[in-house]
Design a binder for this molecule. Structure first.
Ligand code: DC
Length: 221
């Protein structure tokens, strides 16, 4: 069997990684791996404050978790212990909790094993914060998406409005900036582009333009 193909997409919160990963995976007819959803699911299952537990307690809790992947492209389903993950993990609060648990090395090494295990079995478009730097450093095709906090907050506001969940723009900006700061400055696997990543600043690009840039990159990679 041919080696699985891994395409990585890293970048800060709200930059559009999931949308692009889904679509690119659809084009390539392979699954996408939303690693933020894995951190969110752990944070959500363990509950508020779990990031302050001691290492043995966290490790014992993590042993109970098993992630699985099925389907391809936009139909990819990520499950935890047999249950597909849904919108319950998609709140700003759970995003911040996820960023908090993501500072803990025991959580990161547990998920590193899980993510690399999936990558050894499936071709993937893997998106997150450390896909190109730590989890799949050997991937032949890496992207780093970026956009200003203002642009990302405005896009997020629009998304929430479409879901019928009104939000406050200034509050969203503050939440995104707080999460950026923590994700970029943590000691283990901080958010940064891999040396060999293609950088795409999406601030002034629409979705089609971003997608074309990624597709072009994959064809060349
Ligand atoms: O991509 P997201 O916003 O759903 O991710 C939620 C949090 O999970 C993010 O703020 C930091 C953490 N995370 C991480 O540390 N490493 C990853 N590969 C993916 C997410």
């Amino acid at each position: 069997m041919a080696e699985p193909l891994i395409v990585t997409i890293d970048g800060p919160a709200g930059v559009g990684k999931s949308t692009m990963a889904k679509r690119l995976a659809g084009e390539l007819a392979i699954p996408y791996l939303d690693t933020g959803a894995m951190f969110r699911a752990i944070a959500w299952k363990l509950g508020q404050g779990a990031w302050e537990w001691d290492d043995p307690s966290l490790e014992a809790a993590l042993e109970e978790f098993e992630f699985a992947l099925s389907g391809t492209g936009p139909e990819t389903v990520l499950s935890l212990n047999g249950t597909p993950l849904g919108n319950e993990i998609r709140t700003e609060d759970v995003g911040m909790w996820a960023s908090n648990v993501a500072t803990r090395p025991v959580v990161r090494s547990f998920l590193k094993r899980a993510q690399q295990n999936l990558g050894s079995r499936f071709s993937l478009v893997a998106e997150g914060r450390d896909m190109g730097t730590v989890i799949f450093p050997q991937a032949p095709c890496k992207f780093f998406l970026d956009a200003s906090v203002d642009v990302r907050a405005e896009r997020r506001l629009l998304q929430l409005q479409l879901m019928g969940r009104p939000a406050d723009l200034d509050e969203l900006k503050a939440q995104i900036a707080r999460r950026d700061h923590q994700d970029r400055n943590r000691a283990v696997a901080p958010l940064r582009p891999a040396q060999d990543a293609v950088l795409v600043d999406t601030s002034d690009l629409d979705r089609e333009q971003v997608f074309s840039a990624l597709l072009e990159g994959v064809k060349q990679g």
